[in-house]
Design a protein around this ligand. Structure first.
Ligand SMILES: Cc1cc2nc3c(=O)[nH]c(=O)nc-3n(C[C@H](O)[C@H](O)[C@H](O)COP(=O)(O)OP(=O)(O)OC[C@H]3O[C@@H](n4cnc5c(N)ncnc54)[C@H](O)[C@@H]3O)c2cc1C
Length: 387
């Protein structure tokens, strides 16, 4: 009997899960992967585009060009999920599943921060990062504020990386002496699980004169007065504001009955939800790892192994270990790599490699391997200083 697996969302988690299940199960499975977007863009590629290293076209991996045997891709917007019936309504019709996987990520809401759309730039959505590229190119010096507007947010190292890359960008253009850079972050340290990585990043901020404001959020912008209002009530002036917008689970997830306190509480070892045969992986969950692609992928690999075992009539034994690797570009051709482990009920831990120029190539390989595996094509991510 053929098992119908329906995967909702073709991001980091959905692509990994679909690829593994289709490859392992062959004709035993009919796999449908549904996403509303034209294609997949790595989070880190948004920074590459923003800093002018590559074109928007280069970083878009179109689903229509995907060569992934066994994966049937459907471009559609998911409008309703019935987890009890394992039935999904979409703009392309209804899908019935034997096994349903929710990998719909986190939606971004720049409109939820008063003044952000009118007076600032967000760099977390694809169009936002591309617009921020233009704002950076038009910038002639002044006060730059890089800030987070709410928690949780994807890829906690990304704002630190952005502040360092803004420094590099302005230095290359001869604008650094006439500029100030501040980083407003809700975290107490740049990379909380790794004291070594946090120390290295704080040293880099100090060396480059980047002002670090921990345990603080930006609540709103006043575009007329060009000030950002912080969570402690203080106002700081800006000429260029680069913000991380509010994150929420997609509305279709909130309406499905799967979410509790905003996110899906999947089992942190098996990624099963409270509905039999329904799994959830990645940013849409509250399994206790940061919202990052490497964790979405790790969770997808475990859910995939368990689905494969179940389809093949074996006992599922694979369990999620909360491990992930984060790359952090420091500017000046230097990359750091942090290996972190988040286990339920334990303090997260992380070790630091680098920073070194060799790790730039490591990160490129990371991206290229995934595009080969998921899309069946060769791709060279950007590496090196901005152009
Ligand atoms: C600037 C930046 C830098 C980053 N750098 C890194 C990094 O270096 N390393 C790292 O690991 N992570 C990084 N991330 C984080 C990473 O991009 C995300 O955490 C990761 O993509 C989450 O994977 P996911 O599968 O859970 O969700 P996503 O990859 O977001 O995929 C969700 C998919 O669901 C689709 N979808 C949502 N709602 C619907 C609907 N109603 N109908 C149809 N489709 C829908 C979306 O179109 C999307 O394709 C970065 C993020 C940003 C913004």
């Amino acid at each position: 009997m053929t098992t119908h697996v329906v995967v909702l969302g073709a991001g980091f988690g959905g692509l990994e899960l679909a690829t593994v299940v289709a490859a392992e199960c062959g004709d035993d499975v009919e796999l449908t992967l549904i996403d509303k977007s034209e294609g997949f863009v790595f989070g880190f590629s948004k920074l590459d585009v923003m800093f002018g290293r590559v074109s928007a076209e280069h970083v878009l991996h179109r689903y229509a060009d995907m060569v992934n045997p066994g994966v049937r891709f459907v471009r559609a917007t998911i409008t309703a999920i019935d987890p009890a019936a394992k039935r999904v309504e979409t703009s392309a019709g209804t899908f019935e599943a034997d096994v349903l996987v929710v990998a719909l990520g986190a939606d971004l809401h720049p409109e939820a921060t008063p003044g952000l759309l009118e007076g600032g730039n967000e760099f977390y959505t694809v169009p936002g990062a591309f617009a921020a590229r233009d704002a950076l190119h038009d910038f002639s010096g002044g006060k730059v504020v890089v800030a987070v507007t709410s928690t949780p947010f994807k890829c906690p190292p990304a704002p630190s990386e952005t502040a360092l890359l803004v420094h590099e960008f302005l230095t290359e253009r001869g604008l650094r002496d006439s500029s100030e850079i501040s980083l407003v972050m809700p975290l107490g340290a740049p990379i909380p699980p790794s004291p070594d990585a946090s120390k290295a990043v704080l040293a880099a901020f100090a060396e480059r004169g980047i002002a670090w404001r921990p345990e603080t959020l930006v609540r709103s912008l006043d575009p007329t007065r060009k000030v950002a209002v912080l969570s402690d009530g203080e106002e700081i002036p800006y000429d260029l504001f680069l913000g991380v917008p509010v994150h929420r689970a997609p509305q279709v997830v909130a309406d499905s009955g799967l979410a509790v306190d905003g996110w899906i509480p999947a089992d942190s070892l098996t990624l099963e939800t409270s509905f039999p045969g329904v799994y959830a992986v990645g940013d849409v969950t509250s399994v206790g790892t940061p919202k990052a692609g490497v964790f979405a992928e790790g969770q997808a690999a475990v859910a995939a192994a368990r689905i494969v075992d179940t389809i093949k009539g074996r006992t599922a034994t694979s369990e999620y270990g909360g491990k992930g690797v984060c790359y952090l570009e420091m500017g000046a051709g230097q990359m750091a790599k942090v290996e972190v482990t988040f286990l339920a009920g334990q303090r997260p831990v992380g070790g630091l490699q680098g920073p070194s120029p060799e790790l730039m190539a490591d990160k490129s390989t990371f991206g290229a391997e995934r595009i080969r595996r998921w899309f069946g094509r060769e791709w060279q991510p950007a590496a090196g200083p901005s152009v």
